[in-house]
Design a protein around this ligand. Structure first.
Ligand code: BJW
Length: 244
């Protein structure tokens, strides 16, 4: 007997999956939800840390005003991540790199779970929680899973901050441009586990659609992206993706 999710998958999507060679996957926090990583939004809730909404603590203003508080929030999240593993959605996306000749994984997530699942050349639009960056010379330092993180820049001795893109900050040089180029060239575009509210990432499915791609969303809830999609698969990424 077919499951409710399987019944949603159209013959058109199956046909396109069978013949596509160039596919783009845009992921958001929802793809890591089944690993135990809290999302920012969704289900009518918004993440709060010590009484501060996440868009206050994850902001360029907070880095200027209270960098130790920002580090405390990121240290807490890295600690949580240490025990979490990729879920079937990350694993399926990693397998797609073998299935399609050209698969681009573009993520807004900073958790590194796509890479842990085996995805290669992941375009990280919002940086990584596993790196810090010097506030002065902009040197980047990898943060180990086992050792305490460095407090000061090893090159110039200035203070370090998380190498993530906070509200009001620009994306890493070239990352969005590369993602937009891939979106403009793909035949199939998946928007998976993203609320589609944060720009410029949220504009990628539109770029793909305008260039003629078939756009498909995977999310338990409707989002602004749903309106431009050719197909909306309502469900959890870890349950839907293995069925594709
Ligand atoms: C499941 C699931 C399951 C649950 N399976 N799904 C154009 C218009 C308006 C504003 C702007 C604009 N262009 C730029 C802006 C300003 C701003 C912005 O977009 N604001 C809007 C919110 C209004 N953008 C920026 O500031 C960006 N910078 C920029 O554009 O620079 C140039 C510029 C500067 C200033 C002005 C104008 C231009 C930078 C954005 C950086 C975002 N940073 C954060 C924090 C990162 C650090 C950290 O980790 O703390 O990135 S915010 C947060 O949101 C995080 C995420 O990557 C991002 C997106 O969230 P995402 O991934 O979509 O997750 P959620 O939680 O929102 O949604 C989860 C979804 O999963 C839900 O839909 C659930 O239903 C679903 N789900 N379980 C599948 N099992």
């Amino acid at each position: 007997m077919q499951s409710a999710v399987t019944r949603q998958i159209s013959a058109e999507l199956r046909r396109r999956l069978a013949k596509a060679s160039n596919v783009l996957v845009l992921t958001g926090a929802g793809v890591s939800a089944e690993s135990g990583v809290p999302t920012f939004r969704g289900g009518g809730n918004s993440a709060v840390w010590k009484g501060m909404p996440f868009d206050v603590i994850s902001s360029a203003t907070m880095v200027r005003r209270n960098l130790p508080a920002v580090w405390e929030w990121f240290d807490y999240r890295r600690e949580l991540l240490k025990s979490l593993r990729p879920n079937p959605a990350h694993q399926e996306i990693a397998r797609w790199q073998k299935r399609f000749a050209d698969l681009s994984v573009v993520t807004q997530n900073v958790d590194g779970l796509h890479q842990l699942a085996g995805s290669k050349d992941v375009i990280e639009l919002h940086g990584s929680i596993w790196r810090s960056r010097c506030q002065d010379c902009r040197s980047k330092i990898q943060i180990s899973r086992t050792e305490p993180r460095a407090e000061l820049c090893l090159d110039c001795g200035e203070s370090l901050r998380p190498d993530v893109v906070l509200f009001g900050e620009i994306l890493p040089s070239g990352a969005f441009e590369l993602a937009a180029e891939k979106a403009g060239a793909c035949e199939l575009c998946f928007a998976i586990g993203t609320s589609g509210l944060v720009y410029p990432a949220a504009g990628l499915p539109e770029i793909a659609k305008a260039a003629g791609a078939y756009v498909c969303e995977v999310n338990p809830e409707r989002t602004p992206v749903s309106d431009i999609c050719d197909e909306v698969l309502t469900g959890k990424a870890g349950e839907v993706l293995p069925l594709l």
